[in-house]
Design a protein around this ligand. Structure first.
Ligand code: KIV
Length: 257
């Protein structure tokens, strides 16, 4: 039987060069399917807002939205490590605000870790949360909650200066006590350099094959999304399959067959 995944499991996997599989999930059924398929970590991303709640960005997602869906994922999982995203506005104000949000999430959902976006600006908060005994996952590169500041969904680290910032931020986040870090939509050579020089597992999304783990959004892997990011290769075409199945059923209903 598969053992329960922990932060220590993920670190050991990095050190043994065993790539880990992370996938987003937003409900209990998805959690069960992902685990049956061998997924190690279930990330309840605030991508929830875009793929399930119909928003254009992740910004409107609330802590209560995240708690509802994370609790469902926890009910569906057996051994996977479950990570909950802290949504926009629930941790940036102060380290105390971040701790209050984490306590609510951890106590009300039973998840294992929280994820927050940001670099140097989040170091004090990550240290504070880590010292409180919380497993924190960092997130640098393209950070979706800053999309209005970036002005687009394009790859980050377009300049040497930004690339150096992301590199320094990633290493500092590990020093501050994070247990893993998501590297989103950055050049693969930068992700490889971070992965080689950092002490915690890197989790790539659109960051090349050298990361210690890979994560994708459920809807993107399964071809359920209407628009798919340029770095994603869907492994199924479930959106079209669902439309065809529903259309066939609708025809049978109308034929009274
Ligand atoms: O919200 C999310 O799903 C994420 C992943 C894309 C890493 O943060």
């Amino acid at each position: 039987m598969k053992k329960k995944v922990t932060a220590a499991t993920l670190l050991a996997a990095k050190n043994n060069q065993q790539p880990q599989v992370w996938l987003t999930a937003y409900d209990a059924g998805a959690a069960r399917m992902a685990e049956e398929a061998g997924v190690d970590v279930l990330l309840v991303g605030d991508s929830l807002g875009m793929v399930n709640l119909g928003y254009d960005t992740t910004i409107p997602v609330t802590l209560d939205d995240m708690i509802l869906h994370t609790a469902a994922v926890v009910r569906g999982r057996k051994n996977a490590w479950v990570v909950c995203d802290l949504p926009f506005g629930t941790y940036q104000q102060s380290k105390e605000q971040a701790l209050t949000s984490c306590v609510k999430v951890l106590q009300q959902t039973g998840c294992d870790a929280i994820k927050l976006e940001g670099g140097a600006n989040m170091l004090n908060t990550i240290t504070f949360l880590s010292q409180a005994g919380i497993a924190v996952v960092g997130h640098v590169g393209f950070t979706p909650q800053s999309v209005k500041k970036f002005g687009n969904f394009k790859q980050r680290a377009a300049t040497k200066a930004e690339s150096q910032h992301i590199y320094a931020d990633a290493l500092a986040i590990a020093q501050a006590g994070a247990v893993a870090i998501v590297l989103e939509h950055i050049p693969s050579d930068l992700a490889e350099k971070i992965t080689t020089n950092i002490t915690i597992p890197t989790v790539g999304i659109g960051a090349g094959a050298a990361c210690d783990a890979q994560v994708l959004v459920w809807h993107d892997v399964l071809g359920l999304s209407e628009t798919i990011p340029p770095f994603v290769q869907p492994y199924a075409n479930l959106r079209q399959d669902a439309i065809s199945a529903i259309a066939t059923w609708a025809k049978d209903v109308r034929n009274q067959s």
